[in-house]
Write a protein that binds this ligand. Structure first.
Ligand SMILES: C[S@@+](CC[C@H](N)C(=O)[O-])C[C@H]1O[C@@H](n2cnc3c(N)ncnc32)[C@H](O)[C@@H]1O
Length: 306
């Protein structure tokens, strides 16, 4: 199945997101019922497993194999199911399309602990699912809640929508992590200016794609990211991005993107070019080294070259 880009909604901001019609979601995001974007961590039945493609079964297997049953705080924070349920009630059209899935949350929690993170910046908050995972990981490492010497709580989340921020804050209270996370409402491009004197061990970019390059330059160039920290960038391999694989940058408007079968993403032409140019920019940046993981819609990890 190929994608008709003209009818595909972008969800890079709150206004677009709430305009996505619920009945369209399944066909747009999961047209073949592959379900990769909602990799379940609960055990599928034997009957369901028999219908899975290898790709889907591999995702399920890996997700399940990533759950550590004996951790002092669970791999999946206890507040996550309730937070997802509330989000589903408040924004049924977009829940789970915007939020990272549990498996990605488990993976990013691992990174948080790996770099011994104390402070995290999230650009793009939505219902706060990724923030709850990160807060859980900080708790597990013994980081205390409350404002630290910077005047901020350990996790600073940026979100343009007051409505989304409000639901996220309720989710933080219910998940018992409100002392770990604060949300700054406004355009992240502006909010970042007020964080000039703070450094973070993890910066997670997961907001409007047009600003990715600017967010990256601020994190890397303006000292937001600690020298030993990790920058995580989400959605860097949407189908529309991969379509530009052999396109030199800047992408010529006449360039014809490659076509292939639809998998699980929400592409637009704009994001394709924007993100391809972003990917090329960062992989050619001598200040950093990057590795892109082909998980979900693509996750790029960036660190400083020392
Ligand atoms: C993909 S969602 C974030 C999901 C969240 N990281 C998670 O996994 O739980 C992207 C969010 O970025 C927000 N956003 C879009 N443009 C923004 C901007 N310029 N400044 C701040 N937030 C923005 C959207 O409103 C949306 O809530």
């Amino acid at each position: 199945m190929t994608v008709d880009n003209s009818s595909t909604p972008t969800c890079s901001n709150a206004e677009d997101a709430v305009n996505v019609h619920p009945t369209k979601l399944n066909s747009i995001y999961d047209p073949d019922g592959i379900g990769l974007s909602i990799v379940p961590l609960s055990d599928p039945t034997r009957e369901q497993l028999e219908t899975f493609t290898y790709e889907r079964m591999k995702h399920c297997y890996a997700a399940k194999a990533s759950l550590n049953k004996d951790l002092p705080l669970g791999s999946i924070p206890s507040g996550i199911p309730a937070a997802r349920e509330r989000s589903l009630k408040v924004f049924p059209q977009i829940d789970d399309v915007f939020s990272i899935v549990d498996y990605q949350g488990v993976f990013q929690s691992f990174l948080v602990s790996m770099v011994n993170a104390k402070r995290i910046l999230e650009i793009g908050t939505f219902m706060g699912i990724s923030a709850i995972f990160h807060a859980n990981a900080l708790k597990r490492s013994g980081v205390k809640g409350g404002a630290d010497e910077t005047g901020y709580k350990p996790i600073v989340c940026l979100e343009i929508s007051e409505q989304f921020a409000e639901v996220a804050r309720s989710n933080f209270v219910d998940a018992g992590v409100e002392e770990y996370i604060e949300v700054i409402v406004g355009d992240a491009n502006r909010s970042l200016a007020q964080l000039r004197d703070v450094t973070f061990d993890i910066v997670f970019i997961d907001a409007d794609k047009d600003s990715y390059k600017s967010y990256y330059d601020t994190a890397i160039g303006d000292g937001l990211l600690n020298r030993t920290g990790i920058l995580i960038v989400d959605n860097t391999a949407f189908q529309s991005v991969v379509s530009y694989m052999d396109a030199p940058v800047p992408v010529d408007p006449e360039y014809k993107p490659l076509s292939f079968k639809f998998d699980m993403c929400k592409p637009t032409e704009d994001w394709g070019i924007t993100l391809h140019e972003f990917n090329e920019y960062i992989r050619n940046d001598p200040r950093t080294e990057v590795v892109m993981l082909p998980l979900f819609t693509g996750i790029t990890l960036v660190r400083f070259v020392n």
